[in-house]
Design a binder for this molecule. Sequence first.
Ligand code: C2E
Ligand code: CA
Ligand code: CA
Ligand code: CA
Length: 279
Amino acid sequence: AKEMGRNTFQFYTPTMIERTLDRLSIETDLRYALDRDEFVIQYQPQVSLATGRIVGMEVLLRWEHPVLGLIAPTRFIGLAEEMGLIVPIGAWVIRTACIQTKAWHLAGYTDLRVAVNLSPRQFTQKALAQSIADVLAATGLEPHFLELELTESMIMNDVDNAITILRALKQLGVHISIDDFGTGYSSLSYLRRFPIDVLKIDQSFVNELNIDADAAAIVIAIISLAHSLRLKVIAEGVETPEQLAFLRAHGCDQMQGYYFSRPVNAEQFELLLQQESGA
Ligand code: C2E
Ligand code: CA
Ligand code: CA
Ligand code: CA
């Protein structure tokens, strides 16, 4: 496997004083971040366990703050959600991801899929399906190459509404993936009722695979459940060769994690693609 080394960003860690000022200034700055072009996207490869090749990538958002440096999404997405900024930010993420993926298709990497995280507010926003349809039309990306990652709680929050939204999305031809599967407010019956394509095994289970028999049992059960329902299954947070071996032995379809590569910028991701194709 390939390791990207340490040439990735170090996230900023707040000191105490900074933390008190944090929320105030971050709120103001967040309002302007999109206009000021401060968001960056990283791509983390998703690798087929059968072939060892990159089949897609998850898009992960970062905020390059002019003073604070690189800020992790967990530190600002909740706030963006509260402030109602997540809709325009999320739209930018989807558009940028589709443009980049289409460019890679045109460069010869014709089968790459791109997975984008949706936030709860984005998911329930009226214009979601239409805005995605517009982006697909504008970029020329074929819909089945776009995968939308949702969490169980987003779906379970309002089941009837979720079904309506998911049907509208499926109508477009995009794929739906359940992120952090197994950690949410789960009800297995929704897997039957909802048009879902992919389950992503949460990294907390993958982490413990080789130290906790229960975690291993859950991973095996999720893989088997996914396959019985004709869903694809992706393991997240794969860091060691032992975890990889376990997942391969149990028929997991794809994996994503530091063992293969950390999330990297577009240029670095393209290098990974080139290395693989021997270019
Ligand atoms: P997530 O969707 O569960 O994304 C996976 C997180 O695990 C990412 O953290 C990724 O960098 C990290 N990760 C990947 N491989 C490994 C590994 O092998 N070991 C460990 N320990 N971690 C690994 P990140 O990038 O900090 O993102 C955190 C969360 O922020 C994401 O969790 C997702 O919920 C959210 N997020 C990221 N980008 C977006 C976005 O564009 N929109 C929305 N709404 N949420 C986003
Ligand atoms: Ca995700
Ligand atoms: Ca996840
Ligand atoms: Ca998560």
